[in-house]
Design a protein around this ligand. Structure first.
Ligand code: 5AD
Ligand code: SF4
Length: 458
């Protein structure tokens, strides 16, 4: 099945290539949202390249613009729509420009209707599971066919064999599974990305070997819920096999669900301390059992804290990060206080906090007790204040230490480079740009809540 999907994509790619001929063409891909979207965009970029499209520096410079959208919160969708609005004038100027929209927004009927009715200059839409249909949709648009709005249904197959063009050489996203079966009551993901399906371990390992051979220093295994990976082995076994591959690289993974962190996974992380980054992103969402139950999270405050205890016992120094939603329907002062209490107990290295955003079609959107904006903002401010203090006190002990850092990009100040420690701490340091893409040792001189600053040690 997946073979024929890739074959169809190849046939359409060849047809587009032929249609375009020798003239240079350029594609611009705007990516919104999470790492899964970044990874999908690298596939779109790979297919575009195969069809003869070089990268464009901006939409103005492009013959094809693809917008890879996010639907996780209202704000994300509004950002996409306003971006799309800015392309209207460009399309009027360049009638030959093809504009396609893909990603999570386009899996929702009401959003497709908005695009159909209010954005006539969009030639096609593709939901996340229809990625392989991009060349055929593009071919149709180039041949002047009707506008297409593609949706693949709930459980599309995993497609292997599509080309990928990665943005970076030293870091690689590798998707191991797609979709989500958890149906947390606030979350749109299971509706827009469909049911869980996993790639086979051999395909994943082959991809890991390829990127390592090409100089990759950091692999991030991606999935909505990596620890429920269920290809031909479980996630702990897959991680064990990837960490055992030869080479100077490290492995990360995200995101995990706190309800499925088996001891076997913790044991694999402890066994491969040199290869598996000592960092666990474990989305808490709320510290109140009543709210967790209404979120359908299927763990309790106590079981979450027990997982944290086990991780810290088996992997000393492990960094923990989390996601927290503020203002879930019915969240009382006591519920919020319970979240603050877990925050102060765990002392996360990093948190991502979000104001609850009702998503059409999810159970929470119809729950009683939506929280007023004023209360939500006050709670958010309190949370961020507390976290700033925690983050600074966790960062200060690094001053004077020398850390291994993967240099990954230019810093804001001239002459500086930024990178990440194995614990995923952001480090900014003075160094020549030539170190980007390599592991280096950095002596830390100053600590701020979200960044350590230092100089190259050797
Ligand atoms: N409102 C606010 N935050 C949300 N998230 C998911 N859905 C919503 C929503 N409707 C957050 C969760 C999740 C992260 C990726 O986004 O914290 O872990
Ligand atoms: Fe959304 Fe919950 Fe699935 Fe994460 S586990 S993607 S929060 S439904």
């Amino acid at each position: 099945m997946s073979q024929s999907i890739a074959e169809n994509a190849n046939t359409a790619m060849a047809a587009v290539r032929q249609l375009l001929g020798e003239l240079p063409h350029r594609a611009y891909i705007a990516t919104f949202g999470c790492q899964q979207n970044e990874a999908d965009s690298e596939k779109l970029r790979g297919m575009a390249y195969e069809m003869g499209y070089e990268d464009a520096a901006s939409p103005q410079d492009a013959d094809l613009v693809l917008i890879n959208t996010c639907a996780i919160r209202e704000h994300a969708e509004q950002k996409v729509l306003s971006y799309l609005g800015t392309l209207k004038a460009l399309k009027a100027e360049k009638p030959g420009l093809v504009i396609g929209v893909c990603g999570c927004m386009t899996a929702q009927e009401h959003r497709v209707n908005t695009l159909r009715e209010r954005y006539p200059y969009v030639s096609f839409t593709l939901d996340p599971a229809s990625l392989a249909a991009f060349p055929a949709a593009l071919l149709d648009a180039l041949e002047g066919g009707k506008r297409k709005f593609l949706q693949s249904g709930e459980t599309p197959p995993v497609t292997e064999g599509l080309p990928t063009r990665r943005v970076e050489r030293h870091r690689a996203w590798i998707s191991i599974m797609y979709g989500c079966n958890n149906f947390c009551s606030y979350c749109i993901v299971p509706y827009v990305r469909g049911r869980e399906r996993s790639r086979l371990s051999a395909d994943i390992i082959r991809e890991a070997e390829e990127v390592i051979a090409a100089g990759c220093r950091e692999i991030t295994l991606l999935g909505q819920n990596v620890n429920s990976y269920h290809g031909d082995c479980d996630f702990a076994t897959l991680l064990d096999r990837i960490a055992a591959l030869p080479g100077d690289f490290s492995v990360r993974f995200m995101t995990s669900h706190p309800k499925d962190v088996p001891d076997s996974l913790i044991a694999v992380m402890a066994k491969h301390r040199d290869k598996i980054a000592p960092h666990f992103h474990l989305p808490l969402q709320s510290g109140s059992d009543a709210i967790l139950a209404r979120m359908n999270r299927r763990y309790t405050r106590a079981s979450y804290l027990e997982t944290v205890r086990k991780l810290r016992e088996s992997i000393p120094g492990i960094a923990l990060s989390t996601d927290i939603i503020i203002g879930f329907p019915g969240e009382t002062d006591e519920d919020f206080a319970a979240t603050m209490e877990v925050l102060r107990t765990v002392r996360f290295d990093m948190i991502y906090s979000f104001l609850y955003s009702p998503r059409k079609g999810t159970p929470a959107a119809n729950m009683e007790g939506q929280i007023s904006p004023a209360v939500r903002s006050a709670r958010m401010a309190e949370l961020l204040d507390a976290q700033n203090e925690i983050a600074l006190s966790l960062a200060l002990p690094y001053v004077g230490k020398t850390l291994r850092v993967l240099a990954d990009g230019k810093g804001k100040m001239p002459g500086t480079v930024t990178g990440r420690t194995p614990e995923n701490r952001l480090v900014s340091f003075e160094a020549p740009e030539s170190v980007i893409g390599e592991f280096v040792r950095v002596k830390i001189e100053r600590a701020e809540p979200f960044v350590l600053r230092g100089v190259l040690a050797d």
